[in-house]
Design a protein around this ligand. Structure first.
Ligand code: AMP
Length: 630
């Protein structure tokens, strides 16, 4: 048996550490005797660094020197998180490399998100050492499934700074599935509903006989318990304003106290029907100079009214994940709850209504991810037999083909590692080069997706269009790195490119694109149809053009004129048409006129088609747009 590997859920709001002892996962208490440690770090004037509960308490007194939700900034460029930066009480700035960092007056220097993470991890590591009575050197740390390579690397760095070797960066939903015991089931599908302090994530996993596979993921990076706290705060502020005319929004300290009271009230309403919010001396009346107090009663029913739309939003995201996994609610065997916000009775009620059954209550929602990480740790240390873990691609990956179309090689939510190949051909006669442009996204128009990179495969032996066979392969390895290769089957010549996941989209961009896609689904379908019809028209016109070029003598001058006009008109439609109907009309026209010359045209078209079929095995119609040959 190897040395102990602890499991850490380094959460946005709270963190938890666990370890498997004697085959059973144990959640370790921290130095204050709590199983949950707030992910908060605070710097005092004396340069003392406080972590966890004591730091969270200081957030009210010293908001500029207290960092919370630092996970939102880890591995991120300042530019990417500018908007979130304005929402926190401490100062977020770009460091010399443009990465997000914190300007903490009491620290006397820029503090990086990795350092904040390291302080939290070190506290948890020490708690584990105290519990185990031995030094701990290795850990499994969990991250959201959406984290990109940079965010994962930065999380590893945080571990290193804390003196921990991070042996695995594990996705949170996979950890939850391990804690649930999905790997030990015969065959089951579960949905992990993770509603934490700042984020909402849903994942559908399938498992059985030692394998766990992520089928689909969806989420909202800015939907969590904090949104609920804000609703309560807003309500308190408005009520107070009605009574006193004073707007507490201007008072930072009052805001912090309101935030804490709001969260407290919310938690109490998870097991009580009514609660009293009491904030004495919340502010001073500017006229009478007398202290003012805030005292309010909040019922569970009132809270549920305030937050129903938030909970409904989570169900909408659940529906999206189910649609992606091509599953119906009744296909899900169990719903595993993760995150403190799943304790809210309305959340459980809505889940029950939607799925028609109670969510699984086996594992504590605050601890389930850390427990899963500990189980993964025990697997890696050799204590437990290995379980295969598979992740998915959040967005489709493909290349640009004829007419600017996005041809998908790996659809979104495909489990990785994965390898997919397809054979393409050229658009123009005697084209000796093709440019492979790689995109990520759901639009049928390549340019509307995120461009990831491109390369040119040259040296293709000159041949009529449709003849060369270019095999394009997409390979995503277990680390999420994408390798794209194009090979000319005739010569064996190949070219390739490697794309790091970090050059892809950020979590929010993925989210935004998926939302865009949902919103404009019909429009996308229309665009796709437009490209397809244009390609169809091109296929029809091309042999006519070729005939006119190579065998004009087979036609009378009038015939030539008619056909030339038809070609010119069709080319204009291909270039300019914006509506599928326009193209459809032109296709009909071409078919009608062409039927007059059917014998001549079809003979040629037939020859060409046969030629292509002989040489291609699949996807014969997808042609890669040429890079103009110099
Ligand atoms: P997590 O990120 O999983 O640690 O979840 C933290 C969030 O859960 C915070 O917004 C907490 O306020 C919230 N939370 C914790 N306990 C409860 C509870 N009993 N009822 C409602 N929300 C809770």
């Amino acid at each position: 048996m190897g040395e102990k590997i602890i499991g850490i859920d380094l959460g946005t709001t709270n963190s938890v550490v666990s370890v498997v002892v004697g085959g059973e996962p144990v959640v370790i208490q921290n130095q204050e005797g709590n199983r949950i440690t707030p992910s908060v770090v605070s710097w005092t004037k004396e340069k003392e660094i406080l972590v966890g509960e004591p730091a969270k308490r200081r957030a009210i007194l010293d908001p500029q020197n207290t960092v919370y939700e630092s996970k939102r900034f880890i591995g991120r460029k300042y530019e990417e998180v500018k908007d979130i930066a304005n929402k926190v009480s401490y100062k977020v700035v770009p460091d010399e490399k443009g990465d997000a960092a914190f300007d903490i007056p009491n620290a006397g220097k820029l503090v990086r998100p990795e350092e904040v993470g390291a302080h939290i991890l070190r506290k948890l590591k020490e708690a584990a050492e105290q519990y185990l009575g031995e030094e701990v050197k290795k850990a499994v740390i969990t991250v959201p499934a959406y984290f990109n390579e940079r965010q994962r690397q930065a999380t590893k760095m945080a571990g290193k700074l804390a003196g921990l070797e991070v042996v695995r960066v594990l996705n949170e939903p996979t950890a939850a599935a391990l804690a649930y015991g999905l790997d030990k089931k015969k065959e089951a599908k579960i949905l992990v509903y993770d509603f934490g302090g700042g984020t909402f994530d849903v994942s559908i996993l399938e498992g059985g006989d030692g394998v766990i596979e992520v089928k689909a993921t969806a989420g909202d990076a800015f939907l969590g318990g904090a949104n609920i706290d804000e609703r309560i705060m807003e309500w308190l502020i408005e009520e107070f304003k009605k009574e006193t005319g004073i707007d507490l929004r201007q008072d930072r300290t009052a805001l912090q106290r309101l935030k804490e009271a709001a969260e407290q009230a919310k938690k109490e309403l998870s097991f009580k029907m009514e609660t009293e919010i009491s904030l004495p001396f919340i502010t001073i009346d500017p006229e009478t100079k007398q202290p003012l107090h805030l005292q309010k009663k909040l019922t569970r029913a009132r809270l549920e009214q305030m937050i129903e739309d938030i909970v409904d939003r989570t169900i909408e995201i659940v529906k999206r994940a189910l649609a992606d996994a091509k599953l119906k609610p009744e296909d899900i065997d169990d719903i595993v709850l993760v995150g403190g916000s799943t304790r809210i009775p309305l959340v459980q009620k809505k889940i029950k209504e939607f799925f028609g059954k109670e969510p699984h209550k086996g594992v504590n929602p605050d601890e389930v991810v850390a427990v899963g990480a500990a189980i993964q740790g025990s697997i890696l240390s050799g204590e437990k037999k290995d379980v295969l873990l598979i992740d998915v691609t959040p967005l489709s990956l493909g290349i640009e083909t004829m007419g600017g179309a996005m041809t998908v090689l790996i659809p979104r939510n495909t489990p990785i590692p994965v390898r997919k190949c397809e054979t393409f051909t050229t658009v123009r006669d005697y084209q000796t080069e093709v440019e492979i442009k790689v995109y990520q996204g759901e639009s049928p128009i390549a340019k509307e997706n995120k461009f990831l990179g491109s390369f040119i495969l040259s040296g293709i032996p000159p041949a009529p269009r449709g003849v060369p066979q270019i095999e394009v392969c997409f390979d995503i390895d277990a680390d999420g790195i994408l390798h794209v290769t194009a090979k000319d089957k005739a010569t064996g010549k190949s070219q390739s490119i490697t794309i790091q996941p970090s050059s892809g989209l950020t979590e929010e961009e993925v989210q935004k694109m998926l939302e865009e896609y949902e919103k404009h689904k019909e429009e996308y379908e229309r665009k796709k149809k437009l490209v397809e019809l244009k390609n169809q028209l091109d296929q029809l016109v091309y042999p006519i053009e070729k005939l006119l070029r190579e065998a004009a003598d087979k036609f009378t001058p009038e015939e030539q004129k008619e056909l030339q006009q038809l070609v010119a008109e069709s080319r204009k439609v291909i270039d300019e048409a914006t509506e599928p109907e326009e193209v459809e009309k032109q296709i009909q026209k071409v078919q009608q006129i062409a039927s007059k010359y059917s014998e001549k045209l079809y003979k040629l078209a037939q020859e060409e088609k046969k030629d292509n079929e002989d040489k291609k095995d699949n996807k014969g119609d997808d042609a890669i747009d040429a890079k103009p040959v110099d």
